[in-house]
Design a protein around this ligand. Structure first.
Ligand SMILES: NC(=O)c1ccc[n+]([C@@H]2O[C@H](COP(=O)([O-])OP(=O)(O)OC[C@H]3O[C@@H](n4cnc5c(N)ncnc54)[C@H](O)[C@@H]3O)[C@@H](O)[C@H]2O)c1
Length: 295
């Protein structure tokens, strides 16, 4: 079925280049009106011009996602101009790579502030409008560096995994208002990955091949509370899971049992994908009640 975003209003942060640009263009191609946000005017104006030339509707907003007032004005401006804010793609990001031993804490904080607080600022500004209209699609940009770790990216990995935590809870809180919240973990050849990925691999990693994932997460039929991985035209999903584990109770040698049974604790057979944090303690308490644990 065709994904038709006609009448939908989208904001894409960091859309003056890289993945943000192709996300914005893909959303516009599917009919959405798009606000192009980035830090500098030339990039923003170029993407607005590209979308307009292709017959789409776009407007620029030059500001930092870390500037709460400016971000709030951007969202209000979109609602004022087009009547709603339906789709928010939190994409803006930076790198300050160094090993943790050598990293300045200012660089740690800066990366958290752009990725995490930047996404929080824009989402917080859009949230009341989405709640009031009973509809919203919010996408956070996470990364395999957060999900699985990456040498030299402790700040970036922490920020990107924080967005997964934010998504998990906002998906629960947004559900009754028709707001679906998901994460995208892309792989793409952009200025950010130049020199990070091998030159050969970069050839197949056009950001155009990631953006269909954003369109799917922005669609009415989008899932909620998922982590979509996308790169080179391939799509996967990451899960945060919990194993069945063991029960040792208050045994005197509980620590030794835990040590001795790592292989059972980590056995992935019957692994659970909890539907909220409470699933952990409920699963644990079930052992003490000697209830059968569902597979
Ligand atoms: N390229 C990849 O393989 C990859 C992998 C995992 C995650 N990501 C994430 O995808 C997103 C897009 O990255 P990209 O590869 O297109 O990089 P990019 O550097 O090409 O694009 C990032 C954009 O964000 C903008 N930006 C930076 N700080 C901003 C701020 N404070 N306010 C507004 N805009 C700001 C930049 O000007 C730039 O245009 C980022 O969140 C990045 O962490 C990318």
């Amino acid at each position: 079925m065709t994904i038709d975003l006609t009448g939908r209003v989208a904001v894409v942060t960091g859309a003056g280049g890289g993945l943000g640009r192709t996300h914005a263009m893909a959303l516009a191609r599917h009919g959405a009106k798009v606000v192009i946000n980035d830090m500098s005017a030339p990039g923003v104006e170029a993407v607005v011009a590209e979308i307009t030339a292709a017959g789409g509707e776009a407007v620029g907003c030059v500001c930092s996602v870390t500037d709460r007032q400016a971000v709030s004005a951007m969202i209000q401006g979109a609602v004022h101009r087009w009547g709603s804010i339906d789709i928010l793609v939190n994409n803006a990001g930076i790198l300050r790579d160094r090993t943790f031993a050598k990293m300045e804490l200012d660089d740690f904080e800066l990366v958290l502030s752009v990725h995490l607080m930047g996404s929080v600022n824009v989402t917080k500004a859009a949230w009341p409008f989405m709640q009031a209209q009973g509809y919203g699609r919010v996408i956070f940009t996470t990364s395999s560096s957060g999900l699985y770790g990456n040498f030299g990216q402790s700040n970036y990995g922490a920020a990107k995994m924080a967005l997964v935590g934010l998504m998990q809870t906002l998906a629960l809180e947004g559900r009754k208002s028709g707001i679906h919240v998901n994460c995208l973990a892309p792989s793409a050849a952009t200025q950010m990955t130049e020199g990070l990925y091998s030159a050969d691999d970069l050839k197949g990693l056009s950001s155009d091949l990631v953006s269909p994932g954003v369109v799917a997460l922005a669609a009415e039929g989008a899932p909620t509370r998922t982590i979509l991985l996308a790169g080179a035209g391939a799509f996967e999903q990451a899960h945060i899971t919990m194993t069945q584990g063991i029960y040792v109770g208050d045994a005197r040698d509980a620590a030794e049992q835990v040590q001795a049974q790592w292989s059972v604790i980590s056995d992935r057979a019957g692994e659970l994908v909890p539907d909220s944090g409470a699933a952990q303690y409920k699963h644990e308490v079930r052992h003490t009640l000697a209830e059968p644990v569902p597979a």
